[in-house]
Design a protein around this ligand. Structure first.
Ligand code: PLP
Length: 406
């Protein structure tokens, strides 16, 4: 494996700071990832040298900035292997992307009595927009159940999908327990019923190669900040055949072709879905993050993270009175657990004081927590800049928690 974690860590200044006089161990990467200097310097460069509103100006800076924004779109298209830049829409994040489809697809294709399928593993951002759509249209929301390991019950899914299904929206990877869903099979089954699929890729884009054409996803959503890019950025990939037919989500500048008080007409793709001044500095920063991943090699990242995750799962699962929540056969580097009789919040507070950032709570997946009969978990989520030594620090912090609450 051509991968040097110490060299990578040098690119992430925040990893070298201390908290409570202890070296920071950042294991909250599913919530947000840290940024390499290649991204922050690129954004500074935009603000210091070419900052100007895009698409509208005829002056030099505006032209430069527009060019770089559109180059960023080309970068995203290549990164996910979209067939065309028309299929790449910049949004504010996964939530923005899912809401765009829920509204625009919903307005165009969903009527009373129709059905939308999601899964029991979803983040609230891939639940609530569909609920809002179903309320608006008097449609019905159906949910693919999970088993005790936190894996989708595919037989049940095959029973749920039918002539009334208009769209299936599922997470590629669960942010709460790390399950990697069989999205290839989900898409195949859906397409056999002529039903399009939205993949919530918020927790997969940073861990594995995404090829939207190979996957044959109709929509793919992800957030920039979870893939080492800037906050407030995101992408909605959509097949042109769907996007062309869908009504715009928001109205305003740039998404129009012409405006009169009688009637406005809409711009061509992808601008039809980008109302208002886009986060152009963010998009350019996101492209720099994707370059960073390409230079590191997503294959190297996946291999390194798998080794680190196996190490962490093995170490944690051998810890007395520690219960893993979610034990799927296929997983990524999100690990949820509970310590017997200790509230996750109390445990998280002590772990934090040891310099280790983990997340506690429901992880915006309350229905999944409900399924497991719990209020929340402690979640460690790993990135390619984490090390085995850091897992050992987490393990020691857990032992400390157990000692304190004995
Ligand atoms: N979907 C999943 C699976 C997530 O993990 C998250 C964030 O944690 C989201 C959606 C929402 O992402 P954002 O808050 O960046 O829009």
């Amino acid at each position: 494996m051509n991968f040097n974690v110490e060299k990578i860590r040098k690119d992430f200044p925040i990893l070298h700071r201390e908290v409570y006089n202890k070296p920071l161990v950042y294991l909250d990467n599913a919530a947000t990832t840290q940024k390499p200097v290649q991204v922050t310097e690129e954004m500074n460069r935009v603000y210091e040298t070419i900052n100007s509103n895009i698409h509208r100006g005829v002056h030099y800076l505006s032209d430069m900035c527009t060019g770089e924004y559109e180059k960023a779109r080309e970068k995203v298209a290549r990164f996910i292997n979209a067939a065309s830049t028309n299929e790449v829409i910049f949004t504010s994040g996964t939530t923005g992307s899912v809401n765009t489809v829920a509204f625009s697809f919903g307005e165009t294709f969903v009527s009373e009595g129709d059905e939308i399928i999601i899964s029991a593993l979803e983040h609230h951002s891939n639940i609530v927009p569909w609920q809002m759509l179903c309320e608006r249209k008097k449609a019905v929301l159906k949910v693919i159940p999970v088993n005790g390991n936190g894996e989708l019950l595919m037989d049940e899914y095959e029973k749920l999908i039918g002539p009334k299904t208009r769209l299936v929206a599922v997470a590629h990877v669960s942010n709460a327990i790390g399950t990697r869903n069989p999205v290839e099979r989900i898409i195949e089954i859906s397409h056999n019923h002529d039903v399009p699929v939205l993949i919530d890729g918020a927790q997969s884009i940073q861990h594995e190669k995404i090829d939207v054409q190979k996957l044959d996803a109709d929509f793919f959503a992800f957030s920039g900040h979870k893939v080492y890019g800037p906050t407030g950025t995101g992408v909605l990939y959509g097949k042109e055949e769907w996007l062309e037919k869908m009504t715009p989500y928001q109205g305003g500048g740039e998404m129009i072709s012409s405006v009169s008080f009688e009637k406005s007409t809409y711009n061509r793709l992808p601008f039809k879905f980008e109302a208002g001044t886009p986060n152009f500095a963010g998009a350019i920063g996101l492209a720099a993050a994707l370059d960073y991943i390409d230079n590191t090699g997503i294959g190297n990242i996946a291999e390194y993270e798998k080794d680190l995750t196996d190490y962490a799962v093995s170490k944690l699962s051998q810890t007395e009175n520690l219960k893993l929540i979610g034990t799927p056969a296929h997983r990524t580097s999100v690990i949820s657990f509970l310590l017997e009789n200790i509230h996750p919040y109390d445990a998280g507070m002590v772990i934090d004081k040891m310099g280790v950032a983990v997340r506690t709570g429901s992880h915006c997946a309350e229905p999944l927590m409900g399924f497991f009969g719990i209020r929340g978990t402690i979640r460690a989520s790993l990135a390619f800049y984490n090390t085995r030594k850091e897992i050992d620090v987490l393990h020691n912090a857990i032992l400390k928690v157990k000692e304190m609450f004995r």
